[in-house]
Design a protein around this ligand. Structure first.
Ligand code: 5AD
Ligand code: FES
Length: 348
């Protein structure tokens, strides 16, 4: 941890981490971001990896208080892409040069294990060398094993918050943090590259909760970590709550980079939504992945987890070019390769 030592950053003790979680002083923040950039450069150079994101269903059986596609939101128009529709997105993604497809959706029972397996096999058959990332929530260990055998390589499942008391305030009784953490452990044991992550600035969140998120990441050692600000969605119970802070989100990205030097960390769409250059700032704070949207234009605005989401009016090709320009403007280098985790097997 030479980087952090030299800059007088203590990322070892709880007190040191809490000081940095709350560091409002711009100079202090910049020291944190600079250290994170150095660590990221040592692990991945200036490269920024692209993932083609396919939001294939906005049906969801869960009822998380923060999320716009929660079950009880009667105001969203629901959609599902057909297997052919999903394959068409992959075709477009492949033409645009992407070598990772991320299949993301709500927890939609219509997509049974059999249907998911069929889709995975079809994609795997067409694109033997591409990475396939699933992000479809909690399923049984057996389901995860079937998906892995059918060709999925990676799995994103944000833990949302690592603190039990906070988790309870964001989710109905039917959901459990223990189950969610167990899913992450199962995915890891099966052999997936695993992505955890959390929102910054959700209602009731304290600095102590964010510390718990960092400690949980240190323990799990995921390959990927998705971090974005909470953004209210008007038709949810948290619709009137304030959005998460840009700078606090950036500090959490930087701290995650320092604690997990080889993690693949996206500059998220939510960051780009709360600030016109939010994603670029994410890269400057240690992120090294972008996930441009590949979903068909006609369904984009329906995948509304939060209000004012960016890129809902743009074609996949436009996002590809736009992202590339933004990355180059900040002296980073777009990298379209698969971009697998570069840290070897993370310590248990
Ligand atoms: N604001 C920001 N992020 C959200 N997510 C869900 N709802 C919101 C919101 N209102 C995030 C969750 C989820 C990911 C797909 O989107 O962290 O895991
Ligand atoms: Fe979608 Fe810029 S990334 S328009």
């Amino acid at each position: 941890m030479a980087e952090t030592h030299a800059a007088g950053l203590d990322v070892t003790s709880d007190a040191g981490l809490l000081e940095l979680i709350g560091a409002e002083d711009p100079e202090r923040e910049e020291a944190l971001f600079a250290a994170a950039r150095n660590v990221r450069a040592a692990s991945y150079g200036q490269d920024v990896y692209f993932r083609g994101l396919i939001e294939f269903t906005n049906h969801c059986k869960n009822n998380c208080y923060y999320c716009g596609i929660r079950r009880d939101n009667r105001r969203v128009e629901r959609y599902r892409l057909s297997p052919e529709g999903i394959l068409n997105c992959c075709k477009m993604g492949d033409l645009l040069g992407y070598r990772t497809f991320v299949l993301q959706g709500g927890e939609d029972p219509w997509f049974t294990d059999d249907r998911i397996v069929e889709i995975l096999q079809a994609i795997r058959g067409e694109y033997p060398g591409h990475a396939i990332t699933l992000s479809i929530g909690e399923r049984s260990r057996e389901s995860y094993e079937r998906f892995f055998r059918a060709g999925a390589n990676r799995y994103l499942l944000r833990h949302e918050t690592a603190a039990e008391d906070h988790y309870r305030k964001l989710h109905p009784e039917s959901m459990s943090l223990r189950e969610r953490k167990q899913c992450l452990v199962n995915l890891r044991e099966i052999g997936y590259q695993v992505g955890a992550g959390f929102m910054v600035g959700t209602p009731f969140q304290t600095p102590g909760h964010l510390l718990a998120d960092l400690r949980f990441l240190q323990e799990l050692r995921p390959h990927m970590v998705g971090i974005g600000p909470f953004i209210p969605q008007a038709d949810t119970p948290f619709g009137g709550c304030p959005q998460g802070s840009l700078r606090q989100t950036l500090r959490m990205i930087a701290l995650t980079r320092l604690l997990l030097p080889h993690a693949l960390i996206p500059a998220t769409t939510a960051l780009g939504t709360i600030s016109p250059t939010g994603r670029e700032k994410g890269l400057m704070a240690g992120a090294n992945v972008v996930m441009p949207n590949l979903s068909p234009k006609n369904v984009r605005k329906l995948y509304a987890l939060y209000d004012n989401k960016i890129c809902t009016g743009d074609e996949a090709a436009e996002c590809r070019l736009c992202m590339e320009g933004r990355i180059r403007d900040f002296c980073f280098v777009p990298n379209l390769a698969r971009g697998d985790y570069a840290g070897g097997v993370p310590a248990p």
